[in-house]
Each structure stands twice: as C-alpha cells, then as structure tokens.
Design a protein around this ligand. Sequence first.
Ligand code: UGA
Length: 312
Amino acid sequence: MANYLVTGVAGFIGSHVAERLIERGDSVRGVDCFTNYYAKSLKEKNLSALLESPGFVFDELDLSSADLSAVLEEVDAVCHLAAQAGVRASWGRNFGTYLDCNIAATQRLLEACKGRSLARFVYASSSSVYGDTEDLPMRERGATCPVSPYGVTKLAAEHLAVLYHRNYGLPTVSLRFFTVYGPRQRPDMAFRRFISETLAGRPIEVYGDGKQTRDFTFIDDIVDGVVRALADGPPGEVFNLGGGSRVTLNEALDTLERVMGRKIERHHKAPQKGDVRDTLADNSKARAELGFAPLVGLEEGLAREFEWLRSL
Ligand code: UGA
C-alpha cells in the first residue's frame, strides 16, 4: 500500500485519480486551493465520495504559499494535477493567475520534493503545448509552439519537471492530456456546455466553423494512464495521453445528438484566440512504455457524460 499526494484533487481529473487509488487500497492525501475558475460547490461535489473514504485526507491549501514539507511527509509519490485550467481564458489580466498556479506553484512543489525518496512525480501537461501544427499526429519529439498563454505555462512547467529530473534525480514523468471528457468534466469545456445547454432548451455556441478537430480522450482512460505512470513511468520522460482518434467538432456534435436523442441548436461564433485548430496524439510511446491502451470510444464516452449530467 502506498501513500500518494494528489494536487488539484477537487478537480475533474484529480478527483477521479484519487478515487481510483483509494479503490485499489492506497492512501491519498489530497490538496486543493479552490481557485475561482469555476464554482467551489462543484469541486466540493467532486470530493464528496472521497471525503467518506477512510484512506483519504484532504487539506485546503495553496501550493504557492503553504508549508509543503509538512504536506509531503510520508508521501511515496506525487501526482501533480493542480493548475489554472482553460485555454481561452488565459489572456490579459488573468495571466498572472496562470503564472502563479501553473509555473510558480509547480516550481515550489518540485523544490520541496527535491532530495526526498519519492517513487514518482507525475506532472499533468497538456496537448496545448504543441500549438498549431500540420505535422500530425503530434509526437513527443515534435516541435512545441503553444498558441495560448495557458499552453505556454504548461510547457514551462513541463520543462521544469524535466530539469528537476536531470539535475536532482527527481523521478518526474510528464503526461500531455488530450481534451479529456466524461463525468465531472469542467463546466467551461465543450461537451459539458453542449449537454447542459441542450438539456436546458438553449442553443449552443460553436466557435468557428466546427471543422476544428480534437483527439477527445475519456476520463477513465486518462486515469489509467496516470496510474501506470505513477507505478513505473520512465523518469524524465514525456508522454502523450490521447485516444489516438480524431473527429471534427461537427462530427462530435452529430454523435452527441444521437446519444441525447435530440437536436442540438448550433450557433456559430467567431473562432477563439488561443484555440488550436487540430489535435491528434501519436500515443505509441505511451502504449509501448506505459502499457497505455485507451478503451472508450466517443459515443460510449459521451453517453456516460450525458447520463451523469442528466442525473445531477
Ligand atoms: C481542453 C482543456 O480545456 C484544457 O485544459 C486542456 O489543456 C486541453 O483540452 C488539452 O487537450 O490540452 P480544449 O481542447 O479547448 O481544451 O477543450 P474543450 O473546451 O472541450 O473544446 C473543444 C473544442 O470545442 C474547441 O475547439 C473549442 O473552441 C470548442 N468549443 C468549446 C466550442 O465551440 N464551444 C464551447 O462552448 C466550448
């Protein structure tokens, strides 16, 4: 039985990862500072099952100011998922929060982990580090040229993780998540908005022509990849965690209409600054070295997200 620190534990991905670790009999210390990116009540809901679990302890704390040595006591491995999320919101005055939460807090956590005998430090990176490229699928060794301030911060922190491995031997593994969806998806993300608006009888906003493509990846597959990286991900390495199949947003909406059994009223708006045009993961490295094997296709995944939202 191991003891994990999960940062950002009240978030979409953090709460699922912590639940998986607890279910298999490990202990989790979860931390979160409840940034105001979306409602605290939604994050508290994400935490509700965990708070009933004997193997789980929760601390509300900010990684940029808290005493991290206390948090790391008796921790065997760290799963660092805390971040200021959202590609399109990272411009302008908001950028300070992205700097603090995504870069400074990560550096502070890496510093605090330095010299400890941790089995792994897994860092949640993002497909947004690639930016716009015609060289698809995106490969870990390919160019990184983010097109959003958010992507710049995720890439900077990924570099920091690699540096702490090279210089201090910290066993960091970075995982580039590709547009994750499923139950508990963040309220600003496409599918959650599309389902909620349609259930409320309102039209949805499609940014641009809807022909942009995404490698949408179901939450359970991401959790599986994270758990594998925590167990024996090769230190100092970076991996794409993506479903490996790509659809246009318009195609995804057609699938969602079938799943929901109703028409989705689509209003097209201007494309948003910071959005990449296309993503597609080459996940062969994660398959070969982590045993990552995404199982959930888009139709099934959307049905599960729809069922969850309908039950709320
Ligand atoms: C998502 C996450 O929000 C990021 O945190 C993450 O880092 C990133 O995936 C990633 O893979 O790296 P995004 O791909 O923009 O970012 O995810 P969605 O919010 O689900 O958007 C998917 C597509 O739908 C985008 O083209 C977006 O412009 C579009 N969209 C979104 C709309 O057309 N309308 C909306 O109301 C919301």
